[in-house]
Ligand binder design. Sequence first.
Ligand SMILES: Cc1cc2nc3c(=O)[nH]c(=O)nc-3n(C[C@H](O)[C@H](O)[C@H](O)COP(=O)(O)OP(=O)(O)OC[C@H]3O[C@@H](n4cnc5c(N)ncnc54)[C@H](O)[C@@H]3O)c2cc1C
Length: 472
Amino acid sequence: MAQLPADILDRFAAIIGEKHVLRTAGDMARYLDEPRKKFHGIAAAVLRPDSTEQVSKIMALANETGTAIIPQGGNTGLVGGQTPDDSGTQIILSLERLSKIRDVDAAQSTLTIEAGATLEAAQEAAGEIDRFLPLTLASQGSCTIGGNLATNAGGLNVVAYGSARDLCLGLEVVLADGRVWNGLNTLRKNNTGYDLKSLFVGSEGTLGIITAAVLKLFPASQSRATAFLAVESPAQALELLNLAQQQSGERVTTIELLPRAGLEFTIKHHQTRDPFGEPHPWYVLLELSSSQPGNELANNVENILATALDQGIAIDAVIAQSNRQTEDIWAIRELLPETQSYEGGSIKHDISVPLNRISDFLEQAAIAVVDLIPGARPVAFGHVGDGNIHFNVTQPVGADTNAFLARWDEVNKVVHDIATGMGGSVSAEHGIGQLKRHLMPGIKSDVELEIMTGLKRQLDPNNIINPGKLLP
Ligand SMILES: Cc1cc2nc3c(=O)[nH]c(=O)nc-3n(C[C@H](O)[C@H](O)[C@H](O)COP(=O)(O)OP(=O)(O)OC[C@H]3O[C@@H](n4cnc5c(N)ncnc54)[C@H](O)[C@@H]3O)c2cc1C
């Protein structure tokens, strides 16, 4: 196996101190596998710097020596973007020690934070000045701000606040040659040329190393109302969204779709109670939040539900009456990926389609995958208000898991073709990484690919930052 020469590795180690370099397979193990274990890499070392200056020196040396650097935050990414290849010559640059909160500004409602801080730490820092950072993901205890921005993470509150990109005012980025771009802008308006931060957000660590960011905060939420509804179809979930937005404006912070099969998995594997007396085809978790305390929101949600039931948009509905009941409703949604895993192999998708095509997509994709694999069980759930469905397909009961998972690409192709045929995307929020890199020529025009590869060449002429990711 190829190796990075020991003298080069020693020069990297001298920048941060040997204590912060991991060299043995055992020490590096947790950095080499990603959550779904689809990608496993081999690295020459893991470097753990704790300052922008150290990152800058590391990149300058990497550029000089042609050493590939793989940026890694919390290692929760789902497309293998943070995993090295198997050459043993690449270095993982872990940002986890670069985690200071640099400034929390109540007057401006901004948080300036280093890239390796976890999303949860950022949320807590916002909470300490009575503000709210809306980015909310199930991985928030381990994923980092740098990773969130590099992947333009979405999550549960996008319908009201947008994705990570919409929450980012400024960035500090170390370029491939070690230069530092200080774009830690707190301005809300700044029309002075190209929006460079937007270029780095969503670039999956291929254009530069994000070392710090300025995030936009919002008033802390003082009240919330959570409801769980049964609906006949995904189309009704969207009618419900429109109704709720009409009646309460920006207060709709979450709308998640769940299928009956998903609820059944959770009832079976977690002894959860069915909130309704009888089964229904689809369910919606609807949450409203407000910066105002009091009962107004509860009345608001009651009125929405009453209208929905009256107009036949919903079949049945419950409203959480206590924190415990709110947690129970949320558990149904949050446990879904886990309970699905108890049913065997699951082939995943992270598609989005225009909102008005969600029903068509779900119908066509379900028919197509069952045609392909009789007995396969589509479990489509997710951020219906963003047109983003995690169209996961669980193996047929009793099927051989490995044989089923061996058909991953075949199933993906069928589902992706339906989504793109409707003007949709094959990756709504997880990114491209290694997993979907081969799809790029099919989903991007020649012009788009030329612009993207041109930018990569300009910013990283020696192709040392995260090579083999995102770009075909
Ligand atoms: C249980 C679970 C739930 C999830 N839910 C969601 C969800 O709802 N919505 C969603 O969008 N994602 C979700 N994800 C995916 C994942 O959590 C996000 O993509 C997250 O933003 C990744 O952050 P990270 O710090 O773990 O990044 P990593 O996994 O370490 O890296 C991800 C990518 O970003 C790059 N990168 C990391 N840090 C930097 C940096 N400082 N500078 C430059 N590049 C960098 C890496 O090279 C890689 O390409 C989920 C994952 C899990 C395991």
